[in-house]
Design a protein around this ligand. Sequence first.
Ligand SMILES: [Zn+2]
Length: 219
Amino acid sequence: MSKGTRRISAWLLVVGALTLALAPLFLTTARAQPPAVVTADGNPLHVLPKACWPEHLLIGRDTAFAAIPCNSLDVFPVGVRRQVDCVLQRLERGGWPYRVYETYRSDRRQRWLYAQGRTRPGPRVTNVATAQTGNHYWSLGIDVIHGKKLWHHPRFFYWLGQHYEACGMVAGAFWKRFPDAPHGQFAAWESAAQRPAWAKRLQAEGKRDSLWLRLGVTR
Ligand SMILES: [Zn+2]
């Protein structure tokens, strides 16, 4: 072996050893994923935008996300997603520009909304302090608004309500006491007061998956 070949072999050995030593570093970087959103039962659900993360995953600066509504359709179990797709397809066929404003809502965001007009300036937007009895928290409700006129288009909201009902959902637009025009929800129960005992129990225990199973929305 010539002097030159020996030098090259030595270099190759060093590079090889370094590569082996550093490989795990690169491999772990490649494998590092953003944290998956988990259900209340601790099962992985989806990788979603931060605005859609349950609050136990949000820390420090992430609390700013309480101000941003989650509008991902990926939060829905399949049975609810089917109804929602039906509504959005009907809007599209009618030529309506629309915007999905909010789907899943964390308790953190509900408390942030509740604080508006109370401990934070602005008009009051809700009388409900916790999200945990509402449909949004359980990924069973959605708010849709007009694509350009936003909350200000009565004819759009009339048709939205019609489509919600045609697709098997409850339309907030037709509520007698507190109409909620953008709101549609899975037609399990109309108000918190109508929740059956089993639903109240599962919600109190935070069992999202069990609630979905019992409602038959997971297939
Ligand atoms: Zn709503």
